[in-house]
Design a protein around this ligand. Sequence first.
Ligand SMILES: Cc1ncc(COP(=O)(O)O)c(C=O)c1O
Length: 305
Amino acid sequence: LERDLSSFVGTESSLVFSSGYLANLGAVTALAGEGDIVVSDALSHASLVDACRLSRARVVVAPHAEPDVVDAALAAGGWRRALVVTDSVFSADGDLAPLRELHDVVRRRGAVLLVDDAHALGVVGRRGQGAAHAAGLVGEPDVVITTTLSKSLGSQGGAVLGSAELVAHLIDAARSFIFDTGLAPVCAATARAALELIVANPDLPAAARQNAVTIAAAVKQLGFETFDPAAAVVPVIIGAADDAVAATALMAEQGIAVGCFRPPSVHPGTSRLRLTARADLSAAQLDDVARALGQVAKRFGHVTS
Ligand SMILES: Cc1ncc(COP(=O)(O)O)c(C=O)c1O
């Protein structure tokens, strides 16, 4: 699985963890510690947030997608090693981080960029090799990629991808690798089979992205706030947490399984449905999604008819 993952994404090496959460924990804590600085996007995934806290490095939370602020934090100095961490595709909003600009900053300041490609692997880029690959960052010595096996690969587990030197260091230093049982063989086999499907069907990533665009258009037409999807994630902002829970149930009653994001996943007042587009949704199924969202709009949205 490690060979398949690194050959698909294009890195020299990779190391599999028993979850994406633990991959982030292991990578960040192995790359930053006391005397170091970690700069994290304000909307980084909770696993990165927890990893930053556990690292004992000084943590600076930069406003969302603002490379200039990251640059200023690093320019201020006072650190031994510096790590910049961000999701590539943000899990609650579905937008894309400014990866090239962040890498320019990191390169200029002698830092390392960790990109969490969980929502991009298998979805972003012509063949689904992820957002770091699409941004031309694969193979850069100062770039570390993390991912989960639980989204486009439909399995369980996580991985860190990068140089052979990085992986050798993680094997010796990443506590969530050393002190955790390895991934179950069935999960590794499932992820490998899914990866094979993505490699054999290069149209799947674009199909997932196109279906997300179609769903987002329906969401907008119903008057909901959303974001232009960079991958498969489409949020539908509902507002109050109770309403989001009820809206999720209403979608389920209509046969559509969606995530319900509420505090602590998102800020109070921005609770939402988190839809994830599959590549194999038919036109009829996309119509069903729009119809189901229409019912949600009638009950919780701004639609009056
Ligand atoms: C951006 C991001 N990173 C990491 C994770 C954690 O991955 P896992 O569920 O494999 O622990 C998730 C969600 O599951 C995620 O959305």
